[in-house]
Ligand binder design. Structure first.
Ligand code: DON
Length: 585
């Protein structure tokens, strides 16, 4: 997103044209820099509008599958399940059958919101020290690139459970899987986001013959313009459609997945797959300036810290400070830090550790944290350990939002963790495997791939769920659905979701602006205020003057969102990646 570069280029052109032909005088100003590569399909600063349903996802083909299911009489859950299966085909870097995630479901008629936790679990043979090397230090390669990195996948049972419990009843699971199978079997064009991500994953995918067979043509990943055909994945999808989700967890498919994981040095067994179950959880709730925030509870840290930060921010007049102002960004950053500090200590799988959700989301607790914020000075770096700069990856994990004509809604974030997970397709299944085990803390105080610190509460344990930051969220106004949002982005998921909400509620941006606006992120440790490109240098200078260690990096997140107001649905997909689409009906 380089919207800011347009005027500069226009100025350069104007100056060039104003030079008389043949004039030898040196230019008064340096020539305009090389134009930036085109980074988005188009500038989408207005949301898409519709009345009978809306789907916003990171991939246009998958969005259209969702809209098609709504057109066939499916409800938001039906559409979301179909989108979930479709993204496993069309967005292989993040959409998945071999990973896991969280689905928030709002049922308008029942006035009920539930959270489906289909997060991966550690295999039963997992141990607290399994990611430590002989020196007792975290072995990052083991937790990200080998079979040991793979958590027991939850997506297939998660999506099937969503359909079984909350689907319209008009469409079978097979009806919802059919579009995905068709895309896998017929093939999809390698373009947009897929063409962008494949070359970056070349090394990861290329090390496994079973992955080369799918994603390579000769010695190279499929080039832009080629066709990605996934026959094994199509067969796996057909088997699930014909026999139900258990066919993924028991029998030939499960055996092949367990064999692939063990062949790559892992410890997962067929019994681990057979034992996997999604959990139905009660969402975490808060309020912000009169709106109700309903989000994902542990084992995600997302909802808890989203509400914690909003509670802190509620004490400030952000609107008066102005969107993008140094004062507002400073306030946001200072509110983020204590939340991430709490995350490192308190958060983990609620089946193993008592997470003090009520305290962390209490207004009175936020008031104590607010008191410590200095409006003029960033908390000193001496209070926090210096650390590595975080990876500025943007396109792993994926979030989609769906609303139907009745006001039912789904907010779903799911992931393989890294882009393409460990890069291994389980031979004969077409299923890419995750590296979610890296979300555990290898040892107390150690950082994961996103620089997040974790403690005992998030230690590896048999069958435990690793702590997540995924934050699928609903915002309600007067009991009515108002906003559906969430994002990928590793540790930045929480702050991305936060800023979409603040941009809409405080800064009164339309949804497309709220999603597109440049974002900041601070996660307490390392002591770095990350800023996307597009924030004014003057603002960054003011933030540095307040003591922030500002680092400007590439864009992050993909907050594909939907808003509902006065019978209208507004959809916005994130312009940070090519190929995202919000479409209504
Ligand atoms: O669950 C989590 O918090 C991470 N595994 C999510 C990873 C992610 O968002 C990567 N995307 N940029």
């Amino acid at each position: 997103m380089r919207l800011h570069s347009l005027p500069v280029r226009a100025l350069g052109l104007l100056l060039a044209l104003s030079q008389p032909a043949g004039a030898q005088t040196a230019p008064v100003v340096p020539p305009a820099p090389e134009p930036a590569p085109i980074q988005s399909d188009e500038a989408r600063l207005l949301p898409v509008l519709a009345t009978r349903g809306m789907v916003s996802s990171q991939d246009a083909l998958a969005t259209r599958v969702g809209v098609e299911i709504l057109g066939k009489g499916g409800n938001a859950v039906d559409a979301a399940v179909a989108v979930g299966f479709a993204l496993a085909v069309t967005l292989p870097r993040a959409g998945n059958l071999g990973g896991g995630g969280f689905m928030m479901v709002h049922r308008a008629a029942a006035r009920e919101t539930v959270a489906i936790d289909y997060r991966e679990t550690a295999p039963a043979a997992a141990t607290a020290d399994m990611f430590l090397n002989p020196q007792g230090e975290p072995d990052r390669a083991a937790s990200t690139r080998t079979g040991k990195a793979v958590g027991v996948p939850g997506t297939v049972r998660g999506l099937a459970e969503a359909h079984r419990r909350y689907g319209s009843g008009k469409l079978t699971l097979a009806d919802l899987i059919a579009p995905a199978e068709k895309l896998a079997r017929a093939g999809i064009p390698v373009e947009s986001g897929l063409a962008d991500s494949l070359p970056r994953a070349s090394g990861l995918l290329g090390q496994w013959p079973s992955s080369r067979a799918v994603f390579f043509e000769g010695d190279h990943v499929l080039p832009r313009g080629a066709t990605l055909t996934q026959r094994d994945l199509a067969d796996t999808l057909r088997t699930i459609a014909e026999q139900g989700p258990d066919a993924f967890y028991q029998g030939p498919i499960a055996d092949k997945i367990a064999a692939a994981v063990r062949g790559a040095g892992g410890i997962m067994t067929a019994a681990d797959l057979a034992a996997y179950r999604p959990e139905i959880r009660t969402p975490v709730r808060g309020t912000y300036r009169g709106y109700e925030i309903v989000s994902m509870p542990p084992p995600s840290s997302g909802g808890v810290h989203l509400i914690e930060i909003l509670n802190i921010l509620e004490g400030y007049d952000l609107a008066g400070m102005g969107a993008g102002s140094a004062r507002a960004l400073h306030t946001l950053a200072e509110a983020m830090k204590p939340a991430y500090a709490d995350r490192a200590t308190w958060l983990g799988d609620p089946s193993r550790t008592k997470v003090p959700v009520a305290g962390l989301t209490a207004k009175s607790y936020a008031a104590t944290l607010r008191e410590k914020i200095d409006p003029e000075r960033a908390k000193s770096a001496a209070e926090v350990k210096a650390g590595d700069p975080l990876p500025y990856e943007s396109d792993q994990t994926t979030h989609f939002s769906v609303v139907d004509a009745e006001g039912n809604a789904v907010s779903n974030t799911y992931t393989l963790n890294f882009s393409y997970g460990i890069g291994l397709v389980a031979e004969g299944t077409g299923v890419l495997l995750n590296n979610e085990m890296d979300d555990f803390s290898a040892k107390s105080g150690a950082r994961n791939a996103y620089g997040l610190v974790g403690g005992e509460a998030n230690a590896v344990a048999p069958s435990a769920r690793p702590l997540s930051s995924m934050t699928p969220t609903f915002v309600f106004r007067d009991g009515k659905l108002f906003l559906v949002t969430g994002s990928p982005g590793g540790s930045r998921i929480i702050t991305t979701t936060l800023q979409v909400i603040v941009n809409v509620l405080d800064f009164r941006m339309n949804l497309a602006q709220a999603v597109a606006a440049p974002r900041i992120h601070h996660q307490w440790q390392p002591d770095v205020l990350m800023a996307e490109e597009g924030i004014s240098p003057d603002t960054l200078a003011l933030l540095r003057a307040k003591g922030h260690n500002v680092k400007v990096g590439a864009t992050s997140g993909s907050a594909n969102s939907v808003m509902a107001e006065d019978g209208l649905l507004a959809g916005a997909s994130d312009p940070r990646q090519r190929g995202t689409l919000a479409e209504g009906r």
